[in-house]
Design a protein around this ligand. Structure first.
Ligand SMILES: [Zn+2]
Length: 264
């Protein structure tokens, strides 16, 4: 892809993806901070309870999170709540805790099993779709190959036809002149045979082409069925997961900013 050919839509899409993934990283980091804050020195004491998140996060990142515990009694609480900054910090802390609680409940808490089912269902649909797409691509490739082969055979057939016509005219002259030999006859027969064989090959390729075209139609139909209501529902359930809804909301804000900003 040429740099000059990158469209604004592609840049916006890339920005959305980056923000989306970065937000997931932030979510997991914050959940680890929350765990560290709510359970104290959880890395030593709560190894079993929090093993799930610990196994999902890089150990280096995990110790960074443990060094910055997030608590309901953090920051704002100890400061003067009447001061603007402290009140703002307190509100922010509350919001962060509420968000983190929702993510934790969905990912590792009581809704974790439900999330597992949603992810499994989506993966199943995506797997089926990938198989259908693969078959469609393969069938389309076979159509192209058959079309190319057929074009080559057609060209060869045209050449053989011209060659036969020339040979036939020569043979006719020799017959008229009374000097045609058996060899002349064999040469003419040979040209005739070539034409016949190439016609047979064309017929074979017609069948091959029709077969590949039918497979394209079947695979396409199968793909449409696979990406049907079940797939849509699985995707919607996935997008409704707390941590996904949160990243999607952020990505949507980024996109809206991009569209209204002077940067475009
Ligand atoms: Zn996501």
């Amino acid at each position: 892809m040429n740099r000059d050919q990158v469209t604004e839509g592609q840049i916006a899409q890339a920005a959305k993806t980056v923000y989306h993934e970065a937000r997931h990283a932030e979510q997991w980091f914050r959940m680890a901070r929350w765990v560290a804050g709510e359970s104290g020195s959880w890395i030593e004491d709560e190894r079993v309870v929090y093993a799930d998140i610990a196994s999902d996060i890089d150990p280096g990142i995990l110790s960074k999170a443990a060094a910055q515990p997030l608590r309901s009694t953090s920051a704002g609480h100890t400061d003067d709540p009447t001061s603007g900054d402290a009140a703002r910090m307190l509100a922010l802390n509350r919001q962060m805790l509420a968000e983190t609680d929702a993510w934790w409940t969905q990912v590792y808490g009581e809704k974790g099993q439900e999330r597992g089912n949603v992810l499994f269902d989506l993966a199943k649909h995506q797997g089926q779709e990938a198989i259908c797409q693969e078959e469609l691509d393969a069938a389309r490739g076979d159509v192209k190959t058959a079309e190319r082969e057929r074009a080559d055979v057609q060209a060869a057939l045209a050449g053989a036809g011209r060659s036969y016509a020339a040979q036939l005219a020569q043979y006719g002259d020799k017959v008229a002149g009374g000097n045609a030999t058996f060899i002349d006859y064999l040469l003419l027969s040979f040209e005739d045979l070539k034409v016949t064989l190439l016609r047979g090959r064309t017929a074979e390729l017609d069948i091959k082409l029709a077969d590949a075209q039918r497979r394209v139609a079947d695979a396409y139909k199968e793909l449409l069925l696979t990406v049907g209501p079940g797939r849509v529902e699985a995707r919607e359930k996935y997008q409704a997961l707390a941590e996904e809804a949160d990243t999607r909301a952020l990505a949507a804000r980024v996109e809206a900013e991009w569209e209204t900003s002077g940067a475009r």
